[in-house]
Design a protein around this ligand. Structure first.
Ligand code: ATP
Ligand code: MG
Length: 454
């Protein structure tokens, strides 16, 4: 926040043009001495790209989240560059660059492990030709000016530009004033902008969770009304956005916001239906705890697997189906397998969780059926499963959320630390109830009668 305070105190003493509502106004330009973004905070790869474009005679700016985050005193996740050079021209300037995208071309410039995305100024979609009946953008591949590029962005705080020519910040849409007020505002008419691209609903919520700013009234008002439009967004894009929502380090808060605004039910309808019924019960506690653990791990720099996250989000629908199938005499493991398959199949229609994750999610759930069964060689076999650790963590999560699993958690916690001889003793000391699934009597296969030859 320090950097912002400095800007604002300077701005207050300075005569600046007041921001109006018309798009033809002059931008607010904050010169280098009046803001605190310094080149030392910008990655060397981004600087090389900015200078490379400048030296080739083009305009070049940092834009978007990186400018916003630097002004808020956060470390940017990545640096995006925008320019008046066409993608082909950018491609010619940098040896290690390649054109990507079909509809709207971008250039990726690589320096070591860092990739800088360079986009050419883009114009806003023109009414009618470029939006469908719902108001959704279907064409936005028209190059434009810096000013047009600013107005087509989503939120004012995301439309600030850092100019490499004089190190000033350029603000067409009132982003600086909104940062000062701690507000997230859509640029232009909120309803229209959400209809153009309903994913902006998810982005608005993500930025509240991540930046701790508040939504301006209009930006907030339309979220519950238009959340249903997320139904028409391709499930692959919703998967990408879900990861950003839940792996930003603020998943617990973000999830509460999603629920509050009626957006969670658009992403995870099966879970939402069950969480509605039980307000402070086990399913919600389990989900909250899982998200808090995820946030803590991210904060500590530990890895998190999306598979575990989805295992937690989808556990309640799976658990209930599993119980139902067992009540209908389907044995434990097949009952769980079936519940898992059905819940995943329905979920991926909305949020396309890739198979590489759902396979692990499933393993985590299946381990829940194996962990209680410890007699004979079973405990050793379970311990040797590749996803044992995630399954064990999930068991702890269920216990913390209120399931009566103390004995099982303690047993496995100890078992992992013992020598093999001690482990065998632990198994021998178990009651027969810790056995396992009741085996279905194996039916003898009848030999096929030999085919008659006649
Ligand atoms: P993050 O810190 O998560 O990267 P970001 O704002 O940089 O946040 P990006 O997805 O990297 O988000 O997008 C970069 C910029 O592109 C945004 O700041 C915004 O200006 C613009 N943008 C992204 N998505 C949209 C959208 N759906 N509609 C309009 N502008 C968008
Ligand atoms: Mg970004």
């Amino acid at each position: 926040m320090l950097s912002l305070n400095k800007i604002f105190s300077k701005l207050r003493n300075k005569k600046t043009k007041k921001n109006g509502t018309s798009q033809q106004r002059e931008p607010l330009i904050i010169s280098r001495p009046d803001h605190t973004i310094s080149r030392s905070q910008i990655s060397s790869a981004a600087l090389k790209v900015l200078y490379g474009l400048k030296e080739a005679g083009y305009d070049a700016y940092l834009v978007g989240g990186c400018v916003r985050d630097l002004l808020l005193g956060h470390e940017p996740k990545d640096f995006d560059v925008t320019t008046n050079a066409s993608p082909e021209q950018v491609n010619q300037v940098f040896k290690r660059s390649r054109l990507i995208g079909r509809r709207f071309k971008l250039v990726h410039v690589r320096y070591g492990r860092e990739v800088i995305e360079v986009a050419t100024f883009r114009a806003p979609p023109e009414a009618e030709q470029h939006v469908d009946e719902q108001g959704r953008i279907v064409r936005d591949n028209v190059y434009g000016t810096l000013e047009q590029d600013a107005w087509r962005r989503d939120f004012t705080i995301n439309a600030l530009y850092y100019n490499i020519r004089d190190f000033s910040i350029v603000d067409y849409t009132g982003g600086i004033a909104d940062l000062e007020a701690g507000k997230i505002s859509l640029i232009g008419d909120a309803e229209t902008r959400y209809r153009e691209d309903p994913v902006r609903i998810l982005r608005a919520i993500r930025f509240v969770g991540k930046l701790g700013l508040t939504l301006d009234d209009e930006t907030e008002k339309w979220i519950p009304k238009l959340a249903v439009l997320l139904k028409d967004i391709p499930s692959a894009r919703l998967f990408d956005e879900s990861l950003k929502l839940y792996l930003s380090g603020n998943a617990a808060v973000t999830n509460e916001l999603l629920t509050h605004y009626g957006v969670f039910e658009q992403l995870f309808p099966q879970t939402a239906a069950l969480l509605h019924e039980e307000h402070d019960g086990y399913p919600r506690i389990l989900l909250t705890k899982a998200l808090e653990n995820t946030d803590k791990r991210i904060d500590e720099g530990k890895p998190v697997t999306p598979a575990f996250l989805f295992a937690a989000i989808l556990w309640e629908p799976v658990r209930q189906r599993w119980q139902d199938y067992m009540a209908n005499n389907i044995p434990t493991i097949p009952a769980l397998q079936r519940a898992a398959s059905e819940v995943i199949a329905e979920q991926v229609q909305r949020v396309a969780i890739p198979k590489r994750y759902t396979l692990i999610t499933r393993d985590i759930w299946v381990l829940q059926t194996r962990l209680p069964q410890r007699l004979g060689k079973r405990a050793f076999r379970t311990l040797a499963q590749p996803k044992f650790r995630a399954g064990y963590d999930f068991l702890i999560l269920r216990n913390e959320a209120g399931e009566d699993l103390d004995e099982l958690v303690d047993w496995w916690t100890l078992f992992q630390e013992q020598t093999e001889a001690e482990q065998q003793k632990m198994i021998n000391a178990l009651p027969t109830s810790a056995g396992g699934v009741k085996k279905r009597p194996r039916r003898r296969r009848r030999r096929k009668p030999a085919a008659k030859s006649d």
